[in-house]
Design a protein around this ligand. Sequence first.
Ligand code: C5P
Length: 219
Amino acid sequence: LMAGPLAGKRVLVTSGPTHEPIDPVRYIANRSSGAQGSAIARAIAALGAHVVFVTGPADVPPPEGVEVIRVRTAREMLQAVETALPADAAIFAAAVADWHVTGASASKIKKTKGGMPSLQFAENPDILATVSAMKAGRPGLVVGFAAETDDVIAHATAKRERKGCDWIVANDVSESTGIMGGTENDITLITKDGAEDWPRMSKTDVAARLADRIAQALA
Ligand code: C5P
């Protein structure tokens, strides 16, 4: 049996991008590598929690010692999350696509001379907002992420209210920070008590520090 401050706790972590199919061989995706989500899942598992790791098709492999549920689309991710609940805490680190292609073709779309396919989109479910709004079985602690390029604190504080989650881990991803695709992160933790600026540190250290804060909150 795993000892540690999160022993006996069940924690859900979403990570990675989603892929939204156009046809059987093509999809719409985003540049999320899954690095920060994997690091967070690893750090939480290291404190003794049972981690359910719901991941889209990420570049970085899932950590050892967690229960992995692989999904492709945002709609599959929501289903996997709902199946994985209840949990003591849920951390939404995935970069979920905002839209999916409606009427994705069951067969490969053929190139026709002079003709371009036209795609139509519908909104994806907001997984973080859906779980935050749960009446029964809402995790005791729901944590979302916010990648912002300006007015980080104001935007992230508004996002916490809008999504209904308990904490927002906000980071400044403007180009000059070098955070997007880099190994370091510079985050502000937004809670109901306000904004807490963390010093710039490695993504691994962000994960360890966040895991400690989660352990304190669940204690
Ligand atoms: O609205 P925005 O995408 O900036 O919010 C980011 C946060 O919301 C992240 O925690 C992300 O995992 C979560 N999210 C989600 N489902 C969506 C969109 C975002 O869970 N469809």
